[in-house]
Design a protein around this ligand. Structure first.
Ligand code: CDP
Ligand code: CDP
Length: 210
C-alpha cells in the first residue's frame, strides 16, 4: 500500500504521515528533508541556490546530513524552496523517492508532489491544508522551542513566500491531485487530524476493494 501525503509548510502533513506509517506498519519518507539537505549543502559550500548547476552539484550530499538539526531552520526551508524549483534538482532526487515508494509492502511519503509525480498510482492520497495564519503559528512555536529568535511576522511572510514559490513553479508544483482527499487541519488537534487521516485512507482502501 502506497500512501501519498502532500500539502504546504506546517499544514501537519509530516505529523500525519508519520502517524499513518505507524498505524499501518509502513516505512515513512519525509521528502522535504531531501530538498533541505540540498539547500544546506548549497549553504555550506557557499554555492548559489539560484544557479541550477550549483544546486545540482549539491544533490550529491552525504546521507548523514539527513539527521542534521540545521535542516529545520526557517532559512533552510526558504533555500529548499529555491533549489527545489530547478527541474534538474527534482530529476536528481526522483528515482530515490520512486524506489522508496515502490518497495515491497508499501510506504508512506510526504511532500509536495507525491500524489502528482512520485507516486501517481498511490492507493490513498491526502492533501493536507490549514490557513497561513495557523501554519505560521505552529511553525513559530516550533522554531521558538528550538531556541530560534525569529518573529511571528517573519515566519508568516516566509510561509506565504514559500507557498507562492512552491505553487507557482513550472516543474512539479504543489497541487492537489484530482483523486486526493482533502484534510483541513486548521481547527483540528493532532489526534483528531490523525484519526481523520486514518478514516480517509480506510475509506479509499474500502472503495478500491469493492
Ligand atoms: O516541513 P515544511 O513543509 O516546512 O517543508 P518541507 O516539506 O521540509 O519542504 C521544504 C521545501 O522543499 C518546500 O518548501 C518545497 O519547496 C520543497 N519540497 C518539494 O519541492 N517537493 C517535495 N516533495 C518536498 C519538499
Ligand atoms: O510536515 P508539515 O510541515 O506540514 O507539518 P508538521 O511538521 O507535521 O506540523 C507542524 C507543527 O504543527 C508541528 O509542531 C505539529 O505538532 C503541529 N500540528 C498541530 O499543532 N496541529 C495539527 N493538527 C497538526 C500539526
Amino acid at each position: 500500500m502506497i500512501i501519498a501525503v502532500d500539502g504546504p509548510a506546517a499544514s501537519g502533513k509530516g505529523t500525519i504521515a508519520k502517524a499513518l506509517a505507524r498505524h499501518y506498519g509502513l516505512p515513512h519518507l519525509d521528502t522535504g528533508l531531501l530538498y533541505r539537505a540540498v539547500a544546506l549543502t548549497v549553504r555550506r559550500l557557499d554555492l548559489d541556490p539560484a544557479r541550477e548547476a550549483d544546486a545540482v552539484a549539491a544533490c550529491d550530499f552525504d546521507d548523514a546530513l539527513l539527521a542534521d538539526p540545521a535542516l529545520r531552520s526557517d532559512e533552510i526551508g526558504q533555500l529548499a524552496s529555491i533549489v527545489s524549483a530547478h527541474p534538474l534538482v527534482r530529476a536528481a532526487l526522483l528515482q530515490r523517492q520512486k524506489r522508496f515508494a515502490r518497495q515491497d509492502g508499501g510506504a508512506v511519503l510526504d511532500g509536495r508532489d507525491i500524489g502528482s509525480v512520485i507516486a501517481p498510482d498511490a492507493d490513498a492520497k491526502l492533501f493536507v491544508k490549514a490557513t497561513p495564519q495557523i501554519r505560521a503559528q505552529r511553525r513559530h512555536k516550533e522554531l521558538q522551542a528550538h531556541g530560534s529568535p525569529v518573529s511571528f511576522d517573519k515566519v508568516l511572510a516566509d510561509i506565504r513566500a514559500r507557498d507562492a514559490r512552491d505553487s507557482g513553479r513550472s516543474t512539479a508544483p504543489l497541487v492537489m491531485a484530482p483523486d486526493a482527499a482533502l484534510l483541513d487541519t486548521s481547527f483540528l488537534s493532532i489526534e483528531a487530524s490523525v484519526q481523520k487521516a486514518v478514516a480517509l485512507v480506510d475509506a479509499r482502501r474500502a472503495k478500491a476493494a469493492e
